[in-house]
Design a protein around this ligand. Structure first.
Ligand code: NAD
Length: 262
């Protein structure tokens, strides 16, 4: 089924073929979408290398999401390329090293603010830059790690994700009247560059092996990518301000389940 036929999608956050956004782009292309990737600065060559492994050729546009000139240039480039945009994936997060890995009590405000700016405020920035190009039926999707509770090691990134959850609700409020939906996918742990950069990531992913009722494969972003495609498609046309957990059911249970009696 060509779920995304005719959709013009902006996909941020591809750095390697392990990136969640890479799998979202791959599935979106397979579902008939047109895709543009964004990347920035030094990592752009890595994005271009990953892009070459997608099923069709895609353009890579410059976007440091904290850079106002890049955001303006993105609007201009997409106006001349497509004249409109039907959907966007925000797959961007960053926290300085001293804001993660068990350093919650010592992280300076500058590091917490940097995590907030790149990982949460940026959803608003991306939405604002695409707004002039989006019409009714457009969809914005972001990527979350359940921020309703405190985790080991996640520290100020967890606080930034709580802010992202709130930003997405305010965007749903403000963009809904224009027919634009905003939703998040709350993913279980996946072995990407960003995740492996968190000291103690294995500690988190090991929890999933014990507790996810459906089991969880940290090396397979496919299920998360499929849900992103669903949210970018017209199938989700009445969903906004929502957070869909794609975590093997982990969020629904409080402790590992004992094996069922035979
Ligand atoms: N991997 C996981 O376990 C997991 C779980 C839940 C949610 N997420 C979220 O998924 C999203 C994508 O991360 P990923 O795990 O695929 O890792 P990744 O390292 O593949 O992607 C992170 C991306 O953020 C981009 N980025 C960082 N700073 C940026 C900036 N200033 N401007 C533009 N882009 C910037 C990087 O270039 C990179 O492409 C993030 O929001 C992450 O928090 C990841």
């Amino acid at each position: 089924m060509n779920l995304l036929e005719g959709k013009r999608l902006v996909i941020t956050g591809v750095i390697t073929k392990d990136s969640i956004a890479f799998h979202a782009a791959e599935q979106a292309l397979t579902h008939g979408a047109e895709v543009v990737l964004t990347s920035f600065g030094r990592v752009r060559r890595m994005t271009e290398r990953a892009a070459a492994r997608l099923p069709s050729e895609v353009e890579v546009l410059e976007l440091d999401v904290n850079n106002a000139a890049d955001l303006d240039a993105l609007t201009e480039s997409l106006t001349s390329k497509w004249g409109g945009v039907d959907g966007a994936l925000h797959a961007i997060a960053f926290a300085p090293e001293d804001a993660l890995g068990g350093r919650f009590m010592t992280a300076p405000v500058e590091s917490a603010s940097a995590a907030f700016a790149t990982s949460a405020f940026s959803l608003k920035s991306l939405a604002a830059s695409l707004l002039p190009l989006m019409g009714a039926g457009s969809s914005i999707v972001g990527l979350d790690f359940d921020a309703t509770i405190a985790w080991p090691i996640y520290d100020w990134m967890g606080v930034a994700k709580a802010a992202l959850e709130s930003v997405s609700r305010y965007l749903a409020r403000d963009l809904g009247p224009s027919g634009i939906r905003v939703n998040l996918v709350s993913a279980g742990p996946l072995g990407t560059v960003a995740a492996r950069g968190i000291p103690g990531f294995e500690q988190l992913s090991a929890l999933w092996e014990q507790q996810a009722p459906l089991k969880w494969d940290v090396s397979d972003p496919g299920p998360v990518a499929s849900t992103i495609c669903f949210l970018l498609s017209d199938m989700s046309r009445a969903i906004s301000g929502e957070i869909i957990h794609v975590d093997g059911g982990f969020h629904a249970v409080g402790a590992p389940t004992a094996p069922a009696c035979a």
